[in-house]
Ligand binder design. Structure first.
Ligand SMILES: Cc1cc2nc3c(=O)[nH]c(=O)nc-3n(C[C@H](O)[C@H](O)[C@H](O)COP(=O)(O)OP(=O)(O)OC[C@H]3O[C@@H](n4cnc5c(N)ncnc54)[C@H](O)[C@@H]3O)c2cc1C
Length: 311
């Protein structure tokens, strides 16, 4: 099917983009990478009257470290994060572990991190990372700027706290300390399917004991969520040693955390290829594996760093 007729504008500045989005006579939508919007328009699912193409707004194409946080502008493409060196320290490693799970290279070359947050697909990798790290989402409208924490931003599948007249100008992630290990693992049905379960985790370990744990889950409910009960169960637990391949006893803290995430934190729905019981089992396993990866990256002598495409 072809998209219905629409008007198009390509502003060159943020105020021009906000003017276009503020036009109350029309439903306007932002075009960033177009990897989700164009498809939706061709399927005629809620297409806009006016497409506001932000690709010429140079000020949105920035990435900078400022006051202990990484700020990523609305035009930064997924593929930038494929190199762990693109961002300092453990945060760079986490983003590089996550990004290789998003679609495939041509889509990663066009699609944007901020576009993924705006689109709020329940299986989005960036949404899992954003809730795990409690990222700040910066929204601008002609009346001013506001910042919404990721935990308050996602309201359901494709539903967010963003007002239709607002532009997301950037997202801010806290940098991670050197004593923080990171993991990102997902389970998918086929190579190019969206994740059935995706998990982002960080572990901060002092003297072998876990002092802080963050676990973000994607496609485990209608919105990305923090597995807070599982995180609490990890605090004070010993991080290792664990066996290669993450085969752990049932009473290991990571195994327990996986079960808690699956049973108490997640609220998976049945899908055509996975009933709820299957999905809970998958969540428990993927959480355990992600924690192993985070602990392995932390331990002195562990491989650390990105470990390639996990599909
Ligand atoms: C075959 C295929 C496989 C895919 N696989 C995955 C996957 O595994 N994981 C995954 O996460 N994604 C996947 N995607 C989606 C892809 O990551 C998109 O790039 C992403 O969801 C949207 O980013 P975009 O920049 O392309 O946004 P667009 O398509 O341009 O926009 C998406 C929506 O967000 C809005 N929007 C975009 N930017 C802003 C902004 N700055 N402010 C306000 N609103 C904004 C748009 O108006 C639109 O409603 C896949 C896409 C395809 C086609």
């Amino acid at each position: 099917m072809k998209a219905a007729a629409f008007d198009y504008t390509a502003p060159r500045t943020v105020p021009e983009a906000l003017d276009a989005l503020g036009d109350t006579r029309r439903t306007a939508q932002v075009l960033a990478g177009g990897q989700s919007l164009i498809l939706e328009m061709h399927l005629r699912r809620g297409g806009p009257d006016l497409v506001v193409d932000i690709n010429r707004v140079a000020e949105l194409d920035h990435m900078r470290v400022n006051g202990g946080a990484l700020q990523v502008g609305a035009l930064v493409r997924h593929r930038v994060f494929e190199s762990p060196q693109a961002v300092p320290g453990a945060l760079g490693r986490l983003l590089s572990l996550a990004v290789v799970n998003i679609a495939h290279p041509p889509i990663r070359a066009r699609g944007t991190m901020v576009g993924s947050l705006a689109w709020a697909h329940p299986a989005s990798e960036w949404c899992a990372v954003a809730v795990a790290l409690d990222a700040d989402i910066v929204l601008q409208a002609s009346g001013g700027t506001r910042v919404v924490a990721a935990r308050d931003f996602f309201h359901g599948p494709h539903l967010t706290a963003r007002h239709p007249r607002e532009l997301i100008t950037s997202v801010r992630f806290p940098l991670l300390g050197d004593d923080t290990g990171v993991g990102f693992v997902e389970h998918r049905r086929t190579h190019f399917s969206f994740a059935q379960v995706a998990v982002a985790a960080t572990l901060t370990v002092r003297d072998g004991v876990i002092g802080d744990a963050r676990i973000g889950l994607a496609n485990c409910a209608g919105s990305p969520l923090r597995a807070r009960a599982a995180e609490e169960a990890l605090i004070g637990a010993e991080a290792g040693p664990f066996t290669a391949g993450c085969r752990l006893p049932g009473d290991h803290p990571f195994t327990r955390a996986g079960r808690i995430a699956a049973e108490r934190d997640a609220a998976p729905l049945a899908e055509p290829y996975a009933d709820v019981e299957y999905r809970r089992q998958a969540i428990a396993v993927v959480v355990r594996r992600t924690l192993c990866q985070a602990a392995d990256g932390w331990s002195p002598g562990g491989p650390g760093g990105p470990q390639g495409d996990h599909r």
